[in-house]
Write a protein that binds this ligand. Sequence first.
Ligand code: SF4
Length: 331
Amino acid sequence: MKAIALISGGLDSILAARIIKEQGIEVLPLNFKIPFCPRKKAGSPDNGISSLVKRNLSEELKVVDISADFLGLLLEPKYGFGSNMNPCIDCKIFMLSKARELLQIMGAQFVVTGEVLGQRPMSQHRRALNLIEKESGLTGLLLRPLCAGLLPKTLPEKEGWVKRERLFKFSGRTRRPQMDLAQEFKMEHYPNAAGGCLLTDPGFSVRLKDLIKHQAFSLENIGLLKIGRHFRLAENAKLIVGRNEEENKELEAVSACGDYLFMPDEETAGPTCLGRGEFDDQLIKFSAQIVCHYCDLNGAVGAEIIYTHQGVSYSAQAAPIAENRLTSLRI
Ligand code: SF4
């Protein structure tokens, strides 16, 4: 018997897979990549999820990128959003439907998730769990080992592939039982919280809504939302200010043809900024003032700001923008 185990990168999904593996079932760990994971840790292509899986399940993680298809969910989710831009019910139905499609291809008989009854207000109450199971086409084939004892029997339990008495009855928001179980399994370096999804982050959600409102909702622009401070300068122009050396380098690396790159001249320490959209002279001047605001002026009234567009560099003298104007532009 084989089961596809959906892995989010949090403790619960790893535990769920481990519980099933302990029952002698071969687990096939599967991670769906979406563009709303926090920024990658340096040197880790997937925020360490593969090594987490390797350490605790001794299996290779299969990663399937569903980013492009996922974006459609955010425009009009059938079951709405949670408290931020997180369409959790639609998201789970979508991912589980994809997992169902992979069952035959991967030679597995059922799907395992780390959901816990009552842990999340939107998508993990009893009615939502039933809805997700039904709408994903996985009725009877979706096993949630952490709370299975509180749910109706699934096919794997009825058929005896999995022993129900060795499944759990976790419920609610406390993570203590999961941490105790992780200790029991002698799991090391496991993440305490759930996987982390930027769609539940209020600040990120505001920036995402801004992209949708300004018809700039693309994978490329979503990636940029994870870097720097964001300013909406006009309907079709945005400026992103690097907050540290790493972000400065990253902004430079991701700048595309048509973008504007702003930075102070060599005499002054300050950020690299990326301007995306249509910039006229007024907006260029404005951007230089914002860059200047974040420069270390050492008592000077302004700085020389260099900006590059289409491979040509220009310079402009600028004074810092007023704080209240800056705040009104911040997304
Ligand atoms: S938190 Fe994010 S990844 Fe998790 S179910 Fe909600 S939308 Fe999907």
